[in-house]
Structures are given as structure tokens and as C-alpha cells.
Design a protein around this ligand. Sequence first.
Ligand SMILES: Nc1ncnc2c1ncn2[C@@H]1O[C@H](COP(=O)(O)OP(=O)(O)OP(=O)(O)O)[C@@H](O)[C@H]1O
Ligand SMILES: [Mg+2]
Length: 283
Amino acid sequence: MMEDESLKQQVESLQEQLHKQEKMASLGLLSAGIAHEVQNPLNFVINFSKLSVKLLEDLQDVLEDCSSKLGEDEAADIEDISADLRENLSKIQEHGERAISIIRGILLLSRGKAGEKLPTDIAQLVHEYVWLSYHAMRANDKSFNLTIRENYEENLPKFLVIPQDLSRAVLNVMNNACYTVRERASMEGPSYQPTIEVKVSYAPSEETVRIDITDNGMGMTPEVKEKLFDAFFSTKPAGQGTGLGMGITRDIIVKNHGGQITFESEPNVGSTFTFIIPVKPVK
Ligand SMILES: Nc1ncnc2c1ncn2[C@@H]1O[C@H](COP(=O)(O)OP(=O)(O)OP(=O)(O)O)[C@@H](O)[C@H]1O
Ligand SMILES: [Mg+2]
């Protein structure tokens, strides 16, 4: 009888593991599929914005040829509008390219390929993904506001890290931070000021970069803390969390960068996540 029970438990646990692996594999395929499909339209966006810059130059030439027929005010207006257009186009291109690089990251990740270490401006990377996360959240809820405080050590050299991995790690922690302050705001109302603090610092003597992300959200109970990194552990409603974010983040920091991830958290106070990554400055 006893043996039967433990055998049954073993079978169940194996089944559960298998189920998790299947879920993981299909999730990988799904995200690779989406990433792949999104690449094409994004390329259109980028190429047409490049083309439009050229067209704008042509337009400028035409206008110069007939400048004698234009009044001074009109010429100045056209000049202003053209400058704005040029700037908008360069923004479209820049952000389109950023999206492409995120998509490439997803493709690399889901193919299980190890990313390459590249000289990276870590403060810039953190800044970009902090705001990417913020805007993604705002896209779902325009009325929600939060304070983001950024504190980046100045004049940092570039460091060799795997940019697509590190950006994913920052995004995962930041997404959780945004979620938790939003959750707390919906419970506490206007007296609560949702705030996220982001810090990047470098310790040359230890050759480590440290990234801290602090939220004043819900905090975590001891039970949640214990399971935080487990695959598919999520306290979020179905469809809002897969429970993979923190596991992936730990792999990125610990396995792929030889670093450490730590956290401190208290219910109704908030949480701080810290990455400490060994780095060598690139000369
Ligand atoms: N900053 C935080 N504040 C409070 N709870 C957190 C925080 N970060 C993580 N958690 C808890 O840890 C759980 C696991 O986080 P994880 O990022 O792995 O999964 P998830 O956010 O639920 O789903 P996803 O795969 O979409 O990231 C969350 O569901 C949440 O309960
Ligand atoms: Mg998450």
C-alpha cells in the first residue's frame, strides 16, 4: 500500500514535469512564430521611413528650385514642417530598429542559441527597457500613472554582456514591478503614490555592475518568495502571467553572465531586485 502511494506520487510528479516541458516547448514555438511574423511588417515600417527621408530630400530640392515664387513666411513654414517630418521619420526608424532587435532576441532565445557578448552601454539598455515596460503597461491602461526614478552612474564604459538577454531580464523584473504597483494602486486609491526606482552602478575594484529595481508595490509573502523562481509559479490571474519571468531572469543573470540575483521584499512595503554581474570594461 505504502509503495503504491509513493509510486503513484512519482508518476504524478513525472507527469507534471512532462506537462511543464510540453508547455515550455509550445510556448517557445509560439513566441518564435510570432516574432518571425512580426519581423516582416516591421521591416516595411523601417524601409518606408528610410524611403520617405529620401523623398523629403527630393521635395526640398524641388522647393529650392521654386523658392523665388514663395513668400518668406511660407518658405519658413515649409522648412519647419520638413524638419519635424524628418525628425518623426528618424524616430520611426530608430524605434522600429529597436523593435527588430527585441524580436531577434526572442528568436535567439526560443531557438535556444546562446547569445553573443557585445560591448554594451548598460545604463542605456536599462533605461530603454524600463520605459518599454512602462509604455507596454500604459498601452493597456492609459489612466495609470507612476513615478519612475532613474539613477545611472555617469560616464560608464561599455561592458561585455549579452544585450538581448540582459534586456529581457530587466524587462521581466520591470514588468513585475509595474504590475505590483498597479495592483496596489487599485486597492489603496489616490493616497498611494506608485513608484519604481532604478539604479545602475559600477564597482571598478570588484569589476561588477549592479542593477537595482525597487518598487513600492504589494511585496511578497514568505510562500511567494520561496517559489518565486519556479517555472510556472504565478499568482496572477490566468492570461496575465505564465510564471516563467523570474526563472528565465535567474538563468540569464546566473548561468549566462556568471552573476548573482538577490531580492528583498516585504508585504505592503515593496520589493527590490538586485543583479550583480561580473564585467570587464571594453577599452
Ligand atoms: N516585484 C514583485 N512584487 C510582488 N510580487 C512579485 C514581484 N515579482 C514577482 N512577484 C511574484 O512572483 C510571481 C512569479 O513571477 P514571474 O515573473 O516568474 O511570473 P509572472 O509575473 O507571474 O508571469 P510572467 O511569466 O508573465 O512573468 C508573480 O506571479 C508574483 O506573485
Ligand atoms: Mg513576471
